[in-house]
Write a protein that binds this ligand. Structure first.
Ligand SMILES: [Zn+2]
Length: 208
């Protein structure tokens, strides 16, 4: 009995050692602050798409509504997005500026330093998506809309975590994303962007 018990103890200890030497995914808490209506379907799609994108960089997403979030410190990184406008495909056209092209999202900066605060222009993301999928049957496209929101947010999260304003030649961190890239295929963060994010988050967790 004793040798068996000892052996299983050894195996158990080795398992613990292996687990503790494997770098865990670092947590990133994303707070979203909706200023107007939102679609629950889109929000669920946003969450799962953003988690998929960030997991390539070994980041574990914890997405919370800012209104639900207690004022407490969180492990890992914290970023905040103000979600401006109508965050749903169902929004009625509220202006005749549907062809206006402008930024879909942005990251705030002070004196050239990028901050972990950004905003998403929900109406512009919807308008851009409509160029790819049309305007009919909006309720059927809430999931694609959530995916599009996640992709523009992933782009900004790269800027925030890497503290870099540069863009990559491919992937979600290109300078501009087409309407198709917002909703189709599975574009991901470029490997250079992932490395930059990992480098910064590793430093943020140390005391150097
Ligand atoms: Zn950018």
């Amino acid at each position: 009995m004793r040798p068996v018990a000892f052996l299983s103890y050894l195996l158990f200890s080795t398992g613990l050692l292996l687990r503790s030497s494997t770098p865990d995914a670092k947590q990133i808490t994303v707070l979203v602050d909706f200023t107007d209506v939102r679609s629950a379907t889109s929000l669920n799609a946003l969450k799962s798409e953003l988690q998929n994108i960030l997991s390539d960089s070994h980041l574990q997403l914890d997405l919370q509504l800012k209104s639900d979030f207690p004022d407490a410190s969180v492990p890992g990184d914290l970023v905040l997005f103000k979600m401006k406008g109508h965050c749903t495909m169902n929004a009625l056209p509220i202006a005749a500026l549907s062809d206006e092209r402008g930024p879909l999202a942005m990251t705030y900066s002070v004196n050239g330093e990028l901050l972990p605060f950004g905003e998403v222009q929900c109406d512009r993301v919807r308008t851009a998506l409509q160029r790819a999928i049309g305007r009919s049957n909006p309720e059927a496209h809430q999931t694609e809309y959530g995916v599009a929101l996640a992709r523009v947010m992933a782009h900004e999260i790269y800027h925030m975590l890497a503290k870099s304003a540069t863009h990559t030649k491919e992937g979600l961190t290109k300078e501009a994303l087409s309407p198709e890239e917002l909703s189709r295929g599975t574009p991901r963060l470029a490997s250079a962007a992932q490395a930059a994010m990992r480098g910064r988050t590793a430093k943020a967790g140390s005391f150097y």
